[in-house]
Design a protein around this ligand. Structure first.
Ligand SMILES: [Fe+2]
Ligand SMILES: [Fe+2]
Length: 371
């Protein structure tokens, strides 16, 4: 069993100074190499449908493909300033008093610039996360021992290529500058790829990263008034819901056979991932670019903007019920339940899990132009 320090590199999960000390020092590199420590597994058991839930998901994926170039209306002009102004209004940000803080001197223009940077940052991190998913899913094709899972994972590889493609295009054509990968996200993606155990790829990617993405995309989809981004997120979410279901359905079977000690490893990994993702949403690079003392700014926002905390917690709305469904919350001495309580997200445990939810997210007949 590991200590908090062994798992996340610091003993206090909320130590802001230590969190901000982690930065991306590799911002100019074009290539990043990670050891993929896993065996490629062939199976000679080709019996399709041995796992009916995965087969159903695979058949569903085959008929749910869309084309990022032609199904989205890229002719829509995006006025980013107007978009962030509408978001700020919806967020009631204008009503917060920052007097006497490092943000006290910011005028309307500075807040607009911040909101634009923040949107560039947010969509950049989603793009990088999507590439993480592309790589992880290709790895799952190699490492998972079940033919139904290999088939399904192959469709997810295509989905993720499309997601990277549309986020990159949106950032490039419609927004105003991409950010390098956030250091906390990068650490997490590296750790997922480095792990040799096939189920850890699923746990890190399908359950944690994609679980968070599904919640965040849902929130952004609801919030934004920009029709192209709304449509893009709608399409991506219909795929993401299947991906999270793939994780839940695969791991549910596998985790039923694991020992307490093996489950504890998975609990620790889930906790590490949760902390990394929470840390990344402090968007330290944006505050840095705005030229304010980063730690002060983050503290001020956390204290004075109630929506901020709600948003950060809401990101766990899919992860916690899915961990519960997998038996990870209460395995052993309920170690993960205690950790999720500590970081303030345990209240989501009874929300619907994502094993079947993909049906609800599916695109309706006629919603996809090219289908
Ligand atoms: Fe994706
Ligand atoms: Fe995905």
């Amino acid at each position: 069993m590991s200590s908090t320090e062994d798992i996340i590199g610091r003993s206090d999960v909320n130590d802001l100074e230590e969190i901000l000390a982690i930065t991306n020092t590799d911002v100019d590199a074009t290539i990043h190499t990670v050891q993929d420590n896993a065996d490629a597994i062939f199976t000679w058991d080709y019996q399709k449908g041995a796992r009916p839930a995965l087969e159903k998901l695979y058949e569903k994926a085959k008929t749910s493909q869309w084309n990022g170039e032609t199904d989205l209306d890229w002719s829509i002009e995006v006025d980013q300033e107007a978009v962030v102004a509408a978001n700020a209004l919806a967020n009631n940000r204008g009503e917060v008093d920052f007097g006497g803080t490092v943000l006290g001197s910011w005028d309307e223009d500075t807040w607009t610039r911040f909101a634009i940077e923040s949107q560039n940052w947010m969509l950049s991190q989603f793009m990088h996360g999507e590439q993480g998913a592309l790589i992880c899913t290709a790895k799952i094709v190699e490492t998972v021992p079940w033919i139904d899972a290999k088939y399904y994972a192959a469709t997810q590889v295509m989905d993720e290529a499309r997601h990277v493609e549309v986020f990159a295009k949106y950032l490039n054509d419609k927004l105003s500058g991409a950010y390098p990968v956030n250091a906390h996200l990068k650490m997490l993606l590296d750790d997922i790829v480095l792990d040799s155990r096939w189920d850890m790829t699923y746990l890190g990617m399908q359950i944690m990263v994609e679980g968070l993405a599904l919640a965040a995309f849902g929130f952004m989809h609801q919030m934004t008034t920009e029709p192209l981004l709304k449509q893009l997120l709608r399409y991506v979410m219909s795929d993401e819901a299947r991906h999270v279901a793939f994780g839940v359905l695969s791991l549910k079977e596998y985790y039923a056979e694991l020992t307490k000690a093996e489950l504890r490893d998975r609990q620790e990994f889930a906790f590490e991932a949760a902390v990394r993702m929470r840390d990344r949403f402090m968007q330290q690079e944006v505050w840095e670019r705005m030229g304010v003392p980063v730690m002060d700014a983050i503290q001020v926002v956390n204290e004075r903007v109630p929506d901020q905390k709600i948003f950060q917690q809401m990101l766990f709305a899919k992860i916690v019920p899915n961990c519960r469904k997998l038996g990870l919350l209460d395995a052993g001495d309920a170690w993960l339940r205690d950790r999720f309580t500590e970081i303030g997200v345990i209240d989501f445990e009874h929300m619907p899990d994502t094993g079947e939810e993909y049906e609800m997210f599916a695109l309706a007949e006629g919603e996809v132009a090219s289908a």
